[in-house]
Ligand binder design. Structure first.
Ligand SMILES: Nc1ncnc2c1ncn2[C@@H]1O[C@H](COP(=O)(O)OP(=O)(O)OP(=O)(O)O)[C@@H](O)[C@H]1O
Ligand SMILES: [Mg+2]
Length: 230
């Protein structure tokens, strides 16, 4: 029988494991990078050591982090966000980069079909897969089979509706279609016209406490933390 101290040490080891959050969608422009950088900033502001792994050859997240590092030279009060450019070809090496962190946010390119074995390996390693989807028929056509495939393999996933407008009938229709296919995150991201503005300085809405549209990102962070046990 392990004594109390041994149990506590074991719990610490379990707790110290890096939680892996895979942000993946076969549809381009659905909000993967926007969501990834807001989650990284949330983690940093909470004092959780997090790393972003940028699997996209476009390096959207990497470039954003480089701009953030430059902004922090003048304004060091903005929380630091670490991002590493990695490749899907060498996903094993990429996963080794998570060592020493408590959270890794994996931003991926949209071309899921071209990299299926690598994406599936990342899905296997992930504690949670977030699938952003804009509330349009085109997005749902592309995302629904992906969610079905992930859920069918027993992976823990959640659709995050993006650019959502609750007043439209298309929102209700698209949400209804997705709910039938797999888990849908209880918080959605509304259309936020100025979301790209802070990104030009490597920042996010969360870096300005009075930003319009900050709440859904805070709530998604709370949801993610609970889901992955952070
Ligand atoms: N909620 C939103 N409101 C308004 N604009 C948004 C919202 N979410 C994302 N965008 C904008 O949509 C564009 C695509 O977003 P993003 O780059 O995050 O998508 P992505 O899924 O990473 O794209 P890709 O598949 O090309 O990597 C960006 O210009 C971003 O600013
Ligand atoms: Mg992207």
């Amino acid at each position: 029988m392990p004594d109390a101290a041994a149990r506590e040490r074991a719990a610490e080891v379990v707790d110290a494991r890096c939680r892996i959050l895979l942000v993946s969608s076969p549809k381009g422009g659905s909000g993967k990078s926007v969501l990834s950088r807001h989650l990284l900033v949330s983690a940093a502001q909470t004092g959780i050591r997090a790393v972003g792994l940028d699997f996209d050859r476009q390096q959207t997240l990497t470039k954003w982090a480089a701009r953030r590092a430059r902004t922090r030279e003048a304004f060091p009060d903005f929380a630091e966000a670490m991002v590493e450019p990695v490749t899907l070809q060498d996903w094993r090496a990429a996963l080794r980069r998570t060592e020493g962190y408590r959270l890794a946010v994996l931003d991926t390119p949209p071309s899921v079909e071209d990299h299926l074995p690598a994406i599936e390996a990342l899905a296997e390693a992930a504690d949670l897969i977030l699938v952003p989807a804009v509330c349009t028929q085109d997005d749902v056509d592309s995302v629904a089979p992906w969610i079905r495939a992930l859920a069918g393999k027993g992976f823990r996933c959640s659709v995050v509706l993006n650019r959502a407008n609750r007043r439209t009938t298309s929102y209700a229709r698209m949400r209804g279609l997705l709910v039938k296919v797999g888990p849908v995150c209880p918080i959605e991201l509304p259309q936020l016209e100025d979301i790209h503005v802070p990104a030009s300085k490597g920042l996010t809405l969360l870096d300005y406490s009075k930003s319009r549209g900050i709440e859904p990102f805070e709530e998604i962070w709370a949801y993610v933390r609970r889901e992955v046990g952070l």
